[in-house]
Write a protein that binds this ligand. Structure first.
Ligand code: MG
Length: 372
């Protein structure tokens, strides 16, 4: 069976008007480099997009996960775009490029990575999620709903091919350890861990009966790489659909309602997630609300299935009135939270604030504290 790799590598290389949006000249650099890589047959297909200030390189190829040439292509593209951002004096030029010497893999260097090597099925529908102004824990809740909750995913009850459930790899970002949990048997343990969204993050999901890979998320913690707050992790997630996996609609239904995620302004606040079409994937109010897009595509003979002109066909799944309720809820939650200003729980708890600039500021008061 043909093996195909889907690599989604993203980076904030600088943006227009604060943390708002990746402007055209940076997208053009990505387009030029990936087009050349396709001509040279390094990759078979690509799609470039942005969610807010994050430049997203979706590449399909036959070179497997963590391939140094693919990672180098992404790294060089981000470097070149960051250079352009610096020339244009855009905001946060090269923000996520935390290391200088490239050593074969962008993991641990700042960019976010989700990669999945698959054996192509008869038809392989894929959903790519990308979020801005939040962290990888933002996908913990929807991943639980999609792969464990029978009230969300009818197939868990109805489809004999899903009997046996799914296995989750959960990363502990504090200890740098991971554990695999099998659901439904260990669903309470899964919730016990992944309910702590700032620490535990789902990195992979497999179908339990045959270990078929179903979902891969990026689990970068930029603050852990840099030792301080340098920007939001802004995660990406790749999910396979249909044929004994959750249907496309079951993958999207968790986003019918908004929910709260960590990030937003200065990576220091709880904010409501807002599912939007790509045209609305730009952050405004209090640098948000955190936006998420979902792209639908088909993997076909080593490529993204393309139209008659050879252009990859990509569906903008949240560009749909079905998500208007979630958008409205997001603005209602946003207005409630912003009324609370800098008071918890609108602001993140003290553990998360440790990586921001707040502790520096509070240290100035240290000597003025007297025994009480
Ligand atoms: Mg961002």
């Amino acid at each position: 069976m043909r093996k195909t790799t889907i690599s989604l590598i993203k980076c904030d290389v600088g943006s227009l008007a604060g943390h708002h949006v990746v402007p055209e000249p940076l997208l053009n650099i990505a387009e030029k480099n990936l087009r050349k890589a396709r001509e040279n047959e390094l990759i078979n297909s690509y799609h470039i997009f942005n969610v807010g200030d994050d430049l997203q390189l979706l590449m399909v190829h036959g070179r497997g996960e963590s391939n140094p040439e693919i990672h180098k292509l992404a790294w060089n593209t981000f470097q070149e775009a960051a250079k352009k951002a610096l020339e244009l004096k855009l905001y946060g030029a090269g923000q996520d490029l935390l290391k200088t010497a490239f050593s074969g893999n962008v993991r641990g260097m700042g960019p976010g990575v989700a990669e999945m090597e698959i054996e192509e099925r008869g038809s392989d529908p894929i959903v790519v999620f990308a979020a801005d102004k939040t962290s990888a824990g933002a996908f913990n809740l929807p991943l639980f709903r999609i792969f464990v909750d029978p009230m969300n995913t009818a197939g868990l009850v109805i489809d004999p091919d899903m009997a046996g459930g799914f296995k989750f790899e959960v990363l502990d970002t504090m200890e740098n350890k991971s554990v695999v949990l099998k659901c439904p048997e260990e669903m309470y343990e899964l919730i016990g861990l992944t309910g702590t969204v700032g620490r535990y993050m789902v990195s992979r999901v497999w179908r339990a009966r045959d270990d078929l890979i179903c979902a891969v998320g990026s689990v970068t913690k930029l603050s852990k790489i840099a030792g301080k707050y340098v920007g939001k992790d802004d995660p990406v997630l790749i999910v396979r659909a249909q044929h004994g996996l959750p249907a496309l609609g079951e993958i999207l239904v968790p986003f019918m309602h908004s929910y709260l995620v960590a990030g937003w302004m200065r990576g220091s606040h709880w904010g409501p997630v807002m599912p939007v079409g790509v045209k609305d994937a730009k952050c405004t109010v209090f640098d948000g609300p955190p936006r998420i897009v979902a792209l639908g595509l088909q993997i076909s003979n080593g490529k993204i299935a393309s139209d008659d002109d050879g252009k990859p066909m990509v569906a903008d799944l949240f560009d749909d009135p079905a998500f208007d309720l979630a958008k409205r809820e997001a603005m209602e939650y946003a207005s409630m939270l912003r009324r609370m200003g800098e008071f918890e729980p609108a602001r993140l708890g003290i553990e998360e604030m440790e990586y921001t600039t707040l502790p520096q500021l509070l240290r100035r008061l240290e000597e003025r504290f007297k025994p009480f």
